[in-house]
Design a protein around this ligand. Structure first.
Ligand SMILES: [Zn+2]
Length: 116
């Protein structure tokens, strides 16, 4: 039974298993190693911190900076919370205590949320 697998190269499919597009066209969220990482597989940890000067800041940690568009999320959160903010060290910072609103927005975007 020589040549049983002749002519059937055991190539891996070059299409995305989620969206079915060729990998070059796939825009599914992936981490830095190329692994699929949709929002439902990411847990946003929402913390409240007190800054020097007594100001509160809401910190959102735990989101993958490759698989998630932190800049876009920041934009949406600033709009939702009507507050200033920034992306810093792969965390999203929003001025003030916006844990509830941020949690609701991220949950609506499909993320798992843990408010601490
Ligand atoms: Zn895809």
């Amino acid at each position: 039974m020589a040549g049983l697998f002749d002519g059937t190269p055991l190539e891996r499919p070059v299409t995305c298993e989620t969206c079915g597009k060729p990998l070059a066209d796939c825009r599914c969220p992936r981490d830095a190693s190329g692994r699929l990482l949709p929002p439902g597989k990411q847990t946003a940890r929402i913390l409240l911190e007190k800054r020097s000067g007594g100001k509160w800041v809401t910190r959102i940690a735990g989101l993958d900076p490759c698989a998630s568009d932190l800049g876009d999320l920041l934009h949406q959160l600033k709009h939702r919370c009507a507050a200033g903010g920034a992306v810093q060290d792969d965390h999203i910072l929003i001025q003030g205590d916006h844990r509830e609103a941020a949690g609701e927005m991220l949950a609506a975007a499909g993320y798992r949320v843990r408010i601490q």
